[in-house]
Design a protein around this ligand. Structure first.
Ligand code: GLU
Length: 423
């Protein structure tokens, strides 16, 4: 089983979605189920409603999963495992107050040495523990040996026992830390491959130490994805700006990858995606690249579907929108362009208001012309306008803008709406 384990503590951003996509792709390739685990154990940091947003985004991006869990429902297991580790003397109760620990941390800083837990409570006599009424944390005894993390992309990283240290498993409020909850849950769900952001690389040896202390010997595979630089771009924002889920997916898979082509779908990526060929170095989020990819996906959309995104249900409007892809690259921009065609037009005097009004009246009275040339000939004949005096106000009348696609192309797609366009 693979898992995607988001925290409902903020908007889902491109870094999170990339991790979700890679987990999904690998789960399909390996024919293993995917678990979505909402890491909601840190009550104070949870933001109500964020988990719902996460599931909505996963659905929108076509990320299918077979299981879902809320980490807070596993609390009884976290507590049972902590007790087990205490009984096995792999963990110990620590009564050091945060003030005491802070002072020791400060002292290390002044002495310019890395702070490590000094083992103050590690060897307390059982009676000292039982008789102590103060709140306590539970710490894992620091491992005796160093721990090596093998990563499919990064290779091996070794962490000394001192670096891993006697870290906290259960806080004084009886809730587990991220590392403990995560390690226990991954073990209970029999996770075989963990793909997550490289920010978590230093957590991995701690989670391995927990597995070892619990006697869990399964060889879990790891991938710590190089973080995207400037990755705080929220998915909600990108969608609001009019980027298609297909385009965002394409871009996130493309980053740091060597695909056989630049524009592809998630389904196609599943065929060739290979974790082993991913770049070891971080990539920068490039909105211009995403714009280019979005434009390509918009071009490839079925015209009727594109028209629906814009608020119509007519393939002519979809084709009309495609004309504007020379200039713009998002749905939001296309909506503005199409909106301007149908909106009442604002004409200034210097724009030949007179000409504009004449063309408008003529168009309202005109019979239906199937082609632009006949429509144009009709206008020339009845208005006496020509060249720039005709074309400038006519463009404004038909598109609400001073520049844009060829009039001929424009006319082809709006001719059935002509009276509405000039109303
Ligand atoms: N909740 C953690 C996060 O969102 C999960 C990390 C992990 O995959 O273990 O960063």
């Amino acid at each position: 089983m693979l898992r995607f384990a988001p925290s409902p503590t903020g908007d889902m951003h491109i870094g999170n979605l990339r991790v979700a996509l890679f987990n999904y792709i690998c789960s399909v390739q390996r024919e293993e189920p995917l678990l979505i685990r909402i890491e909601d154990i840190d009550k104070e940091r949870n933001i109500p409603g964020k988990e719902k947003e996460i599931f909505e985004i996963l659905a929108l991006f076509g990320i299918e999963y077979q299981e879902q869990q809320f980490q807070s429902n596993n609390l009884r297991f976290h507590r049972a495992m902590a007790l087990q580790l205490l009984q096995d003397k792999k963990a110990f109760n620590c009564f050091c107050t945060s003030e005491t620990l802070e002072k020791k941390r400060e002292a290390s800083k002044e002495g310019k040495i890395a702070y490590r837990y000094d083992g103050a409570c590690e060897n307390l006599h059982p009676e000292e523990v039982i008789d102590n009424p103060l709140p306590f944390t539970i710490r894992l005894k620091k491992p005796i040996y160093s721990i090596t993390v093998t990563d499919i992309i990064k290779g091996e990283s070794t962490f000394s026992a001192d670096d891993i240290d006697s870290f906290i498993l259960m806080r004084a409020d009886k809730y587990p830390t991220y590392n403990f909850a995560c390690a226990v849950d991954d073990m209970l769900s029999d996770i075989s491959l963990i793909i997550r952001d490289e920010d978590h690389l230093s957590n991995t040896p701690k989670q391995i130490a927990i597995h070892e202390a619990l006697g869990y010997t399964k060889k879990v595979e790891y991938v710590h994805l190089p973080s995207i630089l400037e990755n705080s771009v929220s998915i909600k924002w990108l969608l609001e700006e009019g980027y298609l889920p297909e385009a965002i997916t394409n871009y996130l898979i493309l980053m740091g990858n060597k695909p056989p082509c630049e524009i592809f779908t998630l389904k196609e990526a599943i065929k060739w995606f290979d974790l082993k060929t991913l770049s070891k170095t971080p990539e920068r989020f490039d909105i211009d690249k995403l714009k280019f990819i979005n434009r390509e996906h918009l071009r490839g959309l079925d015209p009727k579907e594109l028209s629906r995104y814009i608020g119509f249900a007519d393939e002519e409007i979809g084709n009309l929108a495609k004309l504007f892809l020379e200039e713009v690259s998002t749905l939001k921009e296309l909506r503005t362009k199409i909106g301007a065609i149908f909106a009442p037009k604002v004409v200034s005097e210097e724009y030949n208001k007179e000409g504009f009004d004449v063309l408008r009246e003529l168009t309202l009275k005109a019979p239906h012309f199937d082609d632009y040339e006949s429509y144009k000939a009709y206008l020339i004949e009845h208005s006496g306008l020509k060249e720039k005096n005709l074309f400038k106000p006519l463009r404004l009348l038909l598109s609400g803008a001073e520049h844009g696609p060829e009039m001929n192309d424009l006319y082809t797609h709006i001719k059935n709406y002509l009276k509405e366009v000039v109303k």
